[in-house]
Design a protein around this ligand. Structure first.
Ligand code: PRX
Length: 574
């Protein structure tokens, strides 16, 4: 540990942090969190009811729930208006015969309609499958096929990437856009919404019934459908309260897209379960646009990601000085390691400590955090929340003492833990192979005060700009290109994006390496899979390092790239 990692930015003693961390852990009981929901008394469970309808029936009825804007639109909705719009979406889906347990996908940019639809899906007890708008045809097909989705809500611009002919279970394509842009058999979103009643019967479910499927990447195989249930709301509500520290007057902005888990757990569920005013900004990132958003809405609590903070830092102090950001009172980060340098910069320019939080798609909600009741240690992910036990374990599951690096593990279960991997019990078992523990796939160590420090991934999963990319999915796409014989893909360290994707490629007979070919291959992945999964760098090789059983050794590629020793090569072919 260097000097940086020992530095502490102390917290002032405020009312919120008076309670000692250990004491908070001792007193904590999930049963107390459960009592905060109306279903504790009514026995009627549905996350959308708790997030929206419950508030619409209270003094929060006319409070703004959603401030939405993009360069074309500027709208606000109260809890009551959201209740009505999500009821309409629920009725629109029911009208099509969609019901409990069905998978309904959403493939559209952030607009209010995305949020109405997602809440509507949950209201009828169906399972929402949000897809990031950058996905191209192969990525969309794999996810719809695996989940057996019956319907998708999308836009005229994106619908061309939904290969309906290859998706036998997909019955309904609902398109939000101009009616004239629709093709035969597609359902016009706005017409159906207009026709639908704004009152509906909520489908009451069991706490263990399905809520949402988020597809994410591992190092092998196709993306996996991480399955979450309504019970997760306990942890969304709780972490919204103690980690985001949401108070009645807060204006909260989470910058993540709902195609990723942060954009649902913390862009939808946590804020609305806590009755907070939620800001959604559509359109593209620019430092000016983001600062303008904070200034305009007087954002108080801001949840973003290290890559974004690094880009803002790159835009310089001058950009900050042009705006009034004095409304900010709590800033948080997730998704990748948060550099101490960024925390120090944020402290200087925003007068805010950026609070790192650690969790994963599979964990459903935050687990290890720097939160207002604690001192922030720049470079550390923080400490496990009350109700959560974390440890560093070896491969046999033995707990390791402080300062020893190993597997970051969480004691099972917790309310928002995934309940399965869709269609793939064997993949799920890999996470819980050590009885009593969830093995995260991250390596870390714990210091003597119980703070956890991220060290890296144990597998080959790439984290580029906070987005998780599986090398296998990229390699599979690369080898579909006629020039590519074999491909191995790694994450290469990058000062802004954390990692960028680098592909090593061997060419088929008759193809010659050239810059044009590199560009052509990159475009092929961009157009087939998605822009964020396309390699930023390609290197042609005559041969790729492989095991005797023919598996490409990404570890060796990475060592080449970083000019590190290649380690044990005994399994490598001659
Ligand atoms: O490697 C860890 C990294 O992101 C992975 C989870 O990615 P994903 O499922 O896409 O979820 C991202 C948002 C919840 C983790 O296994 N990661 C996440 N948070 C941090 C992090 N790495 C370092 N520090 C963090 N705070």
């Amino acid at each position: 540990m260097g000097k940086d990692t020992l530095e502490v930015i102390a917290v002032e003693a405020t009312q919120a942090n008076m309670m000692d961390y250990e004491e908070a852990r001792r007193q904590f009981d999930w049963a107390d969190v459960e009592k905060r929901f109306s279903w504790y008394e009514s026995g009627k469970v549905n996350l959308a009811h708790e997030a929206i309808d419950r508030h619409a029936a209270s003094e929060l009825k006319d409070k703004i729930a959603l401030h939405y804007s993009d360069p074309q639109r500027d709208e606000s909705y109260t809890f009551e208006q959201l209740r009505q719009q999500s009821n309409k979406a629920a009725n629109m889906l029911r009208e099509l015969g969609i019901g409990k347990g069905d998978r309904v996908f959403i493939f559209m940019p952030r607009t209010p309609e995305l949020y109405f639809t997602l809440l509507g899906i949950i209201k009828i007890g169906a399972i929402a499958g949000p897809l990031f708008e950058a996905f191209m045809e192969t990525a969309v097909r794999d996810r719809l096929l695996d989940s057996g989705a019956v319907a998708i809500v999308t836009t005229p611009k994106l619908v061309g990437r939904v290969p309906a002919a290859e998706l036998p279970e997909l019955k309904h394509i609902i398109v939000y856009g101009e009616e004239s842009e629709l093709e035969n058999g597609q359902i016009h979103f706005s017409t159906a919404m207009d026709a639908a009643s704004d009152e509906t019967e909520i489908e009451w479910v069991e706490p263990e019934d399905g809520l949402i499927l988020h597809y994410t990447s591992g190092s092998t195989g196709k993306p996996k459908g991480v399955y979450h249930v309504h019970q997760a709301m306990l942890q969304h509500e709780y972490t919204g309260r103690v980690v985001l520290d949401l108070q009645p007057d807060d204006i909260y902005w989470c910058t993540a897209d709902p195609g990723w888990v942060t954009g649902t757990s913390y862009g939808i569920f946590a804020p609305w379960l806590n009755g907070a005013t939620n800001v959604i900004r559509g359109g593209r990132f620019s430092p000016q646009d983001w600062y303008e958003t904070i200034q305009r809405y007087k954002v108080t609590v801001w949840y973003s990601a290290p890559t974004a903070f690094r880009m803002l830092m790159g835009a310089g102090d001058e950009a900050v000085e042009q705006y009034d950001l004095s409304s900010l009172r709590h800033v948080l980060s997730v998704g990748e390691p948060l550099n101490p340098e960024v925390i120090r910069w944020g402290y200087r320019v925003y007068q805010q400590r950026i609070h790192d939080t650690w969790w994963m798609t599979e964990t459903g909600a935050q687990l290890i955090c720097n939160y207002p009741r604690m001192d922030v240690r720049p470079g550390s992910m923080g400490r496990p929340l009350p109700g959560i036990e974390a440890a560093i374990v070896d491969d046999q599951g033995n707990e390791l003492p402080p300062l020893r690096m190993g597997n970051l593990a969480i004691k099972t279960p917790w309310p928002s833990m995934m309940r399965k991997i869709w269609n793939n019990p064997a993949k799920y078992e890999e996470y819980v192979r050590i009885p009593g523990w969830y093995i995260s796939g991250d390596s870390a160590y714990m210091d003597e005060d119980g703070y956890f420090w991220f060290q890296g991934r144990i597998d080959d999963v790439i984290n580029t700009s906070g987005e998780r990319v599986g090398p296998f999915e990229v390699e599979s796409k690369l080898v579909e290109h006629p020039a590519v014989a074999e491909a191995g893909v790694i994450g290469k360290p990058d000062p802004v994006r954390g990692e960028v994707i680098k592909a090593f490629i061997s060419l088929r007979e008759g193809f010659t390496a050239s810059d044009e070919l590199k560009q052509e291959i990159t475009r092929f992945v961009k157009e087939g899979l998605s822009a964020h999964a396309a390699p930023r760098e390609i290197e042609f090789k005559d041969k790729l390092p492989k095991t005797r059983s023919g598996k490409i050794m990404r570890r060796v590629l990475k060592a080449w790239e970083l000019e590190l020793p290649t380690g044990d090569l005994s399994t490598m072919e001659d």
